[in-house]
Design a protein around this ligand. Structure first.
Ligand code: SF4
Length: 233
């Protein structure tokens, strides 16, 4: 069993969503079935980066996670790209046996039975600004394998995304929802304008509260505030 890996790094902290601030090792997979207009992980998506991806055995990925974490169990974040393209069941099995936990973020386009073994499944459907169209039947199939902790995370760039997110919340009222302002700065070498980043967050908070929508949690990207767009942190 081999896995296509863009990068493995950490320990760091989870920068987004329900596990924000949680120490973690990231396993970023190579390849994605989407091509969002504002993707901030193009090095794990675009085929021009393919030569930098590694084909690793599941055992070698597990060994690297143990090395980075010093053998101390923590939460491993499966990210991408779209990790659901690949079979992480055996890796999760190794980790669970050693006391590790796994979280995974995916757009919800491909369902995998190993979702059921996750400590946290983050389904992040992509809004209109992404240029992608969601297949809700495929998304619903992901929910067939959802673990107890399954949440929605939606990135909001503009008013159309916001209205779309309201519709998604109505469609899945039982799933906790996390909203996050979009980050238009995707170049890893460009500095992040913190005033603009906090301004986008304030806009989203104001917009959500102004309509009396009190169920979502509204969070920044912690890693962007701390490290900008730098990769591998
Ligand atoms: S689904 Fe995620 S990784 Fe894939 S293109 Fe969109 S933002 Fe990038």
């Amino acid at each position: 069993m081999t896995l296509r890996i863009a990068e493995i790094f950490g320990p760091t902290v989870q920068g987004e969503g329900a596990l924000i601030g949680q120490p973690t090792v990231f396993v970023r997979t190579g390849g994605c079935d989407f091509r969002c207009s504002w993707c901030d992980s193009l090095h794990a998506v675009d085929s021009t980066f393919r030569q930098s991806w590694k084909t690793m055995s599941t055992r070698d990925v597990w060994t690297e996670i143990q090395r980075l974490s010093g053998g101390r169990p923590l939460t491993v974040s499966l990210s991408g790209g779209n990790p659901a393209i690949q079979d992480f069941g055996p890796l999760i099995g190794y980790g669970l046996d050693a006391g590790y936990a796994f979280a995974c973020e995916t757009q919800g386009s491909i369902a995998k039975p190993w979702f059921a073994d996750l400590a946290m499944l983050v389904l992040s459907p992509k809004p209109p600004s992404s240029g992608e169209a969601m297949d809700w039947a495929a998304f619903d199939a992901c929910l067939d394998f959802r673990p107890d902790n399954t949440v929605l995370k939606i990135v909001i760039f503009d008013d159309a995304d916001f209205q779309w997110a309201e519709g998604v919340a109505r469609r899945y009222p039982d799933l906790p929802l996390y909203l996050q302002p979009g980050n238009p700065e995707t170049d890893p070498d460009s500095p992040v304008d913190l005033n603009q980043a906090t301004g986008r967050l304030e806009w989203l908070i104001d917009k959500t509260l102004s309509i009396g929508w009190f169920t979502p949690r509204i969070l920044p990207q912690l890693h962007v505030l701390v490290w900008g767009n730098k990769r591998g942190v």
